[in-house]
Write a protein that binds this ligand. Sequence first.
Ligand code: V91
Length: 213
Amino acid sequence: MSSNKRIKGLSISRPIYYGNTATPLTGKKTSDSDHTHKWTVLLRGLNNEDLSYYIRKVVFKLHETYPNPLRSVEQPPFELTETGWGEFEIMIKIHFHVATSEKPVTLYHHLRLHPYEDDINGQPWPKDKPVSSLIYDEFVFNEPTEQFRDILAKNNALQPNLPAKKATKDPLAPQFSVQLEQEELERLDAAQREVNAQIISLKQRMAALDSDN
Ligand code: V91
């Protein structure tokens, strides 16, 4: 019989992602409103893991100008589709099952409707291509109760998180892996080096201009 006793020193994390996808309402009948986009804000388990064995409900808090801005979703998929014209902050409050003894967790997501750049291959973003902003994260449960540990064990959820390599069957699902994380770190490192090189070059030009006058 497992209890509400917490397991000292144990930490269990579960991989998730959250964020939004959006498509323009071009040509489609947008009824009487000035709404320009249809969007979905979502919380998912990595690799389509069903989260409902430990998550009881997700409350999305939209901008207060939306009717009934507190939207509660008590069954998977934990997502909400709406229309609108602008980008704003969405609060995502996650409630765990009572048996977990975990307090709710609040995440924030800045709704993204527009492509901010050309795509990764330097091509302009096609008008009808969905935009997405999906963020990988992990719930970290420190000193979980025995009960919660048993729930996780029963659902095969005590394994590590990020897969080593790009490895999902669904081509539309976002790809998160240690490999892609590494590639992103390399892009950030290259960008940092480029900025440093430009700073050095500009300082040299300034020094040359100074000594000329
Ligand atoms: C922004 C309200 C459709 C401000 C400039 C937005 C609400 C708040 C927004 C929206 C900020 C909703 C409805 C009935 C009538 C930069 N909608 N804030 N109107 N970003 O899209 O956009 S956008 S439901």
